[in-house]
Design a binder for this molecule. Structure first.
Ligand code: SAM
Length: 337
């Protein structure tokens, strides 16, 4: 069960989608005066080295964050269901303080605000990258716990769950170094089960990120059962589920099930997907059949803030233009309720 280590995948295209969305959510939800409880059911190690053994072995960040920081290779493609989101994004209004240099390149029309915020978080952890804008100086990649923690105000709480013994140890150590005391709690518990004990939260405001590894098939059913239970316990929470888009029936069913549950509960929902390449098997020159790796992923949000759709509508075409690897690249952005 414990073969999945997020360090192999840190900074890949799925992380770009997940973390850009997470930042947009955290930024909005922490603006209010009432305390927010953030629950991360599958936290991972919290911080990853982009020049470490794991990430270098997998090279996934090269097709994710590092590719995002390189020149666009192809025009934006939208799937048929995607809204007309090709409108150019204006650069920051003149008079605003110019952002620190980000990268040597980027979209010609300027980064979409949600991607600017994502890069700002990366700059915060990588001072040398912030100074030079050189992707070669991007050494540390934040996992969801560090992103969430950065946006908390004094009254907010963060609950982190991680089952893997090594990742739990790393996460605990990484969080301890922040010196944030009891505001952030880390537990080696099953996140699906633990969530129940925190809903409804004391101040009746919560955001839950559910980001399992889907290493075992039963994770798909556990995600939908866990979200159904959570919405029953606390209908107005913001629930965020990352899921892989792979040729597997459970993976296709999951967003449908989440939509059905949101609609039945009378809650609003948003579903954003990013495809970077074809999911087809290929054959190399030696005749060996190659798996494509993860071709696409999605973020399903129940009770999204009203601002999220516009943020993603501007950011997704840029992700496609920068991360797309073949003509199958595209995005969808659906919502309802
Ligand atoms: N959310 C993290 C991020 O964005 O940086 C990545 C999480 S990773 C995709 C999934 C993590 O869940 C792995 O570290 C895995 O060890 C852990 N895990 C697997 N099953 C779990 C469970 N039932 N409860 C809590 N953690 C679990």
């Amino acid at each position: 069960m414990f073969s999945y280590r997020h360090a192999f995948h840190a900074g890949n295209h799925a992380d770009v989608l997940k973390h850009t969305t997470l930042i947009a959510l955290m930024k909005y939800l922490t603006q209010k005066d009432t305390a927010l409880t953030v629950i991360d059911t599958h936290a991972g190690a919290g911080l990853y080295r982009l020049d470490g053994d794991y990430t270098e072995t997998s090279g996934e960040a090269l097709e994710g964050i590092f590719k995002l920081l390189s020149e666009p290779k192809q025009p934006v493609t939208q799937t048929q269901r995607a809204p007309a989101a090709t409108k150019k994004v204006a650069p920051p209004a003149s008079g605003e303080a110019p952002a620190a240099p980000v990268a040597k390149s980027g979209p010609a029309a300027g980064w979409a605000p949600a991607l600017q915020d994502y890069l700002e978080v990366l700059r915060g952890l990588n001072p040398h990258f912030a100074q030079t804008g050189d992707p070669a100086h991007l050494k540390i990649y934040p996992g969801s716990p560090f992103i969430e923690q950065q946006f908390l105000s004094g009254r907010d709480k963060l609950k982190l769950f991680e089952l893997h013994p090594t990742d739990f140890k790393s996460l605990s150590g990484n969080i301890e170094q922040l010196g944030v005391g009891r505001q952030v709690a880390v537990a080696r518990e099953d996140g699906f089960e633990a969530l129940k004990t925190f809903l409804p939260p004391p101040a009746r405001r919560a955001m839950v990120l559910c980001d399992p590894s889907y290493e075992i098939k039963s994770d798909y059913a556990r995600v939908s059962a866990c979200m159904a239970d959570a919405v029953k316990r606390f209908a107005t929470g913001t629930y965020v589920v990352w899921y892989p888009i792979i040729p597997r029936p459970e993976a296709h069913d999951l967003p449908r099930k989440l939509k059905t549950l949101a609609v039945k509960a009378g809650r609003s929902w948003l579903n954003a997907t990013l495809t970077v390449k074809s999911s087809k098997l290929t054959t190399d020159v030696t005749g060996e059949v190659k798996r494509p790796g993860l071709p696409a992923s999605g973020m399903f949000v129940i009770n999204p803030p009203h601002t999220l759709k516009a943020e993603l509508q501007a950011a997704l075409p840029q992700m496609v233009a920068l991360l797309g690897q073949d003509r199958n690249a595209g995005f969808t952005l659906d919502h309802g309720g």
